[in-house]
Ligand binder design. Sequence first.
Ligand code: ADP
Ligand code: MG
Length: 233
Amino acid sequence: MLSVNGVTKKYKNFLANDNLSFTIDNGEIGILLGPNGAGKSTIIKSIAGLLKYSGTIEINGLDNHDMEAKRQLGYIPEIPALYDTLTVEEHLEFIRRAYKVEDISVKEKLLERFELSDKRKKMGKELSKGMQQKVSICCALIHNPSVIIFDEPMVGLDPHAIKELKQVFQELKAEGKSVLISTHMIDTIEDYWDVAHIMMNGKIAATKHNRPGNPEDKSLDELFFEITEGTKA
Ligand code: ADP
Ligand code: MG
C-alpha cells in the first residue's frame, strides 16, 4: 500500500506539488493524469525518495526513506537510465546483487516475460527506446517490490509494447501489488485502472473511481478535458 499525506514540494518559490494526499491499496492501479508541468514527476520522484518535500509518504506503513520501505518499492523513471556498456543480463545481475536477491531464477523469468531472452548479450547503448524501457522495468521488478511506480511508461513505445505493458499492469494488480502510473496521454488509458487523479498546477483537481455508478457521472475523458481546457463538457 502506498500512502501520500499532505505532500508539498517547492522548487525555490515555485509550488510544484500543493498538499497532495492519496492512497493506493494493495491490488489497486492508480493513475496520475495531467498535462505536462502538472507535477506528476515531482510527486513520483518524492515517492521514490529523490526529492525533499514536506508531508509524509508511506510504503506499507513505513516512511519511504526507511531501508525496508525502499526494498518494497519499484521505480521506473521517465527516461530509462541504463549503463551503456553493461549487457541486458548484466543489468539484471547487478540489480539482483544490489538487492541481495538470492533466487537467481528471477532474472531468467523476467527476461522471458519481457521477451528479452534473445537480447541478453546486447549492451545498453545498443537497445531501442522500447527495449531500454523493458530492461528498466525488469530492473525495477527484480526484488519483487509490492509498490511499483511508473513515470510516463508509454512514451516512445510502439503499440505492441504498450499492449504488453498494460498486461503487466494487470498482472501486478492480480498479484496484489499497488501500482501508480503517471501519464499525460488520456488516449493511452483504457479500463485497467481503479482510481484516477487528474492533476493540474500541482494539485489534484479531480478524482474518479472506476466502478459502475450513476450513468450521469462524467467520464474520465470529460473530466480531463473540462479541467485542462477550462471548458464545460
Ligand atoms: P509533469 O511530470 O506533470 O510534467 P513535473 O513534476 O516534472 O511535471 O514539473 C512540475 C513543475 O515543476 C513544472 O512547471 C516544472 O517546470 C517544474 N520543475 C520540475 N523540476 C524542476 C526543478 N528541478 N527545478 C525547478 N522547477 C522544476
Ligand atoms: Mg513528468
